[in-house]
Design a protein around this ligand. Structure first.
Ligand code: ZN
Length: 486
C-alpha cells in the first residue's frame, strides 16, 4: 500500500489522538469489549507485555524475591482492617455480593491491590526473625472502578499489575529494600529505553496507608508525566492491624516493617507514547516480540527459491538467539513493509534473488529509516550491532524529552512567563512547606505537585538546594516539582 493510501494519518503533534489511533492500528489492544476500560489483550500486545513481565521476573528473582499468586477475591472484613487504606480505595472497589442466588454473608471485593489479601496470610507465614526478610511478588490483574476517561494501558479498569510485598525485621532493612526496588527500576527502565524521575510524593498524595511513597515518573511527549510505578514504605502501618509479628533474637515479639513496589501495563503506554512516531510504534529491541521481520522479495520464477532461502535465514537467526518473524503472506512487499512498520519491528530484513546471489541481505532500520547491505557471513555481529544502535538511539531520544522537559524556575512570575512562551513540562522550584503557597503555585501554573525529586537512589535522600519559596519568597532548601499528569 502506498503512503497516500493509508487509512489513518498518524500525527504525533496531536498526541492524544495519535496515541489512541496508534494503539488501534498497531493492534496492541482491542477496545471493543463491552465493558468500558476492560480491554482485550491482543496477540501482539500480550507478547509485548509478556516480554516486559519477563524482565521484571528476571530482576525480582535475581534479588531474592519469590513469585506468589493470591486469590482475586478479598473478604470485606479483611479489606476493612487498615483505616487509611479503605479511605483511599473505597470509591474504586468492585463488589461481589452474591454467590449464585444467595446473598453472601460477607461481601467480597475484586482486589484493587493485594495488601488486604496477602497480609492475613503473611501473619501466618512470619513467626520468627528467621522467616525474614519475606520478599514476594505477583503479576496479576487488579480492578479499579475508574470514573475518569479511560485510555488503553494508561487508565483502565482491569489492570495488568506487578506488586512486590516485603516484610523486614527493622525500619533500616525496609529502607534498604526501597533502594533495591529503585535499582530494579533502573534495570527495567534501561531495557525499555525509558528515562524516569524518582519523586517522593507530598503527604496528601501518598499511597493509602503508606508512611511515604516514591513515584516513578516519566515524561510523555504531551509534556504530561506518567507514573510508571510506585514504591512505598509502610513501616508498621499494616503489620499492626494484620498482626504480622515475629519473635526477635531478643526473645520479644515485634511487628514487621513492610514495603511494596508496584508497576503496571502503563509501562506499555510509556513505550508507545515515548518511542512511537508518525509511522507507528517503535519497539525497543530488548522487548520487541520480533526483533527482525524477514520480507522475501519474490521475483518471477524465483519465488520458491527465495522463500526457501528466507526460511533458512529465519532458522539461522533463530539459532543465533534472535526473535524473528518471516512474513510469508501472499501480499505485496510494500503492504508487509507498512504493517510491520506500524507494529514497530526494529529491523526489516529484505531478501531477494540478487541478495541471494551476492550473499547479502538488506537491513532497514525502523528508527532511522536507513537501509544497509549486510554480508550473510557477518550476520550475527551485524545484527547485534544494529539492535544495540537502535537501543541507544531510542534511549537518547527519550532522554532528550526529559532533559528538555524539566526547568528550574525561581519565581511565580518567571514560571508563568516561561509557560506563556510556549514551553511546557515539569517545573522545578523551591517551596516553603505552607499549603497556602502550594495551592497558589498549582493555581498560577495550572499544574499539580508531583513531589520532591530524590537526590539519588543510594542515599534515599531528597534533592536540596537553597533558594526562596516560589510563592512567598521565604528562604528554603526544599525543592519540588510541579507537572500535569495522567
Ligand atoms: Zn511559601
Amino acid at each position: 500500500m502506498a503512503e497516500d493510501e493509508r487509512k489513518i494519518v498518524l500525527d504525533k503533534s496531536n498526541f492524544s489522538e495519535w496515541y489512541n489511533d496508534v494503539v488501534d492500528v498497531a493492534g496492541l489492544s482491542e477496545k471493543r469489549y463491552p465493558i468500558k476500560g476492560m480491554n482485550v489483550w491482543t496477540p501482539y500486545g500480550w507478547k509485548i507485555m509478556q516480554k516486559v513481565d519477563s524482565i521484571i521476573r528476571r530482576e525480582c528473582d535475581a534479588t531474592g524475591h519469590d513469585e506468589v499468586h493470591f486469590p482475586l477475591l478479598i473478604p470485606k472484613t479483611e479489606f476493612q482492617k487498615e483505616a487509611d487504606h479503605i479511605k483511599g480505595f473505597d470509591a474504586e472497589v468492585y463488589w461481589v455480593t452474591h454467590g449464585g442466588l444467595n446473598e453472601l454473608d460477607i461481601p467480597l471485593l475484586l482486589r484493587p491491590t493485594s495488601e488486604t489479601a496477602m497480609y492475613p496470610i503473611f501473619s501466618l507465614w512470619v513467626r520468627s526473625h528467621k522467616d525474614l526478610p519475606l520478599k514476594t511478588y505477583q503479576i496479576v490483574n487488579t480492578f479499579r472502578y475508574e470514573t475518569k476517561m479511560t485510555r488503553s494501558f494508561i487508565r483502565v479498569r482491569e489492570i495488568h499489575f506487578f506488586e512486590a510485598h516485603t516484610c523486614h525485621d527493622s525500619f533500616e532493612e525496609a529502607e534498604k529494600q526501597i533502594r533495591e526496588d529503585c535499582s530494579i527500576m533502573d534495570k527495567v527502565g534501561s531495557d525499555l529505553c525509558l528515562p524516569y524521575l524518582l519523586v517522593k510524593r507530598p503527604d496528601w498524595d501518598k499511597f493509602a496507608g503508606a508512611v511515604y511513597t516514591i513515584g516513578v515518573d516519566t515524561l510523555m511527549p504531551s509534556k504530561k508525566t506518567l507514573q510508571l510505578g510506585s514504591i512505598h514504605q509502610y513501616k508498621e502501618n499494616f503489620s499492626k492491624p494484620y498482626d504480622i509479628k515475629f519473635e526477635g533474637s531478643d526473645g520479644e515479639f515485634h511487628f514487621a516493617h513492610q514495603t511494596t513496589y508496584g508497576m503496571s501495563e502503563r509501562l506499555i503506554g510509556a513505550i508507545v507514547g515515548v518511542h512511537g512516531d508518525d509511522k507507528g510504534v517503535i519497539m525497543p529491541p530488548k522487548i520487541a516480540p520480533f526483533q527482525f521481520v524477514i520480507i522475501p522479495i519474490l521475483a518471477k520464477n524465483k519465488s520458491e527459491m527465495v522463500l526457501e532461502e528466507a526460511r533458512k535465514l529465519r532458522q539461522e537467526m533463530t539459532e543465533m538467539g534472535f526473535r524473528i518473524k518471516l512474513d510469508e503472506r501472499d501480499t505485496r512487499p510494500g503492504s508487509k513493509h507498512y504493517d510491520w512498520e506500524i507494529k514497530g519491528v526494529p529491523i526489516r530484513i529484505e531478501i531477494g534473488p540478487r541478495d541471494i546471489e551476492k550473499g547479502t541481505v538488506v537491513f532497514a532500520r525502523r528508527d532511522l529509516s536507513t537501509k544497509s547491505f549486510i554480508e550473510r557471513s557477518d550476520l550475527k555481529a551485524q545484527a547485534e550491532k544494529a539492535l544495540d544502535e537502535i537501543h541507544s538511539e531510542l534511549r537518547k531520544r527519550a532522554d532528550d524529552i526529559v532533559d528538555n522537559g524539566v526547568k528550574m524556575v525561581d519565581s511565580l512570575d518567571d514560571g508563568t512567563k516561561l509557560l506563556g512562551s510556549g514551553w511546557d513540562g515539569i517545573i522545578k522550584t523551591n517551596w516553603c512547606g505552607e499549603m497556602d503557597c502550594a495551592q497558589a503555585m498549582e493555581k498560577a501554573l495550572d499544574k499539580t505537585f508531583l513531589g520532591f525529586p530524590m537526590k539519588d537512589v543510594d542515599s534515599g535522600e531528597e534533592e536540596k538546594h537553597s533558594g526562596n519559596c516560589m510563592n512567598c519568597g521565604r528562604p528554603t532548601d526544599t525543592v519540588v516539582m510541579l507537572s500535569k499528569s495522567y
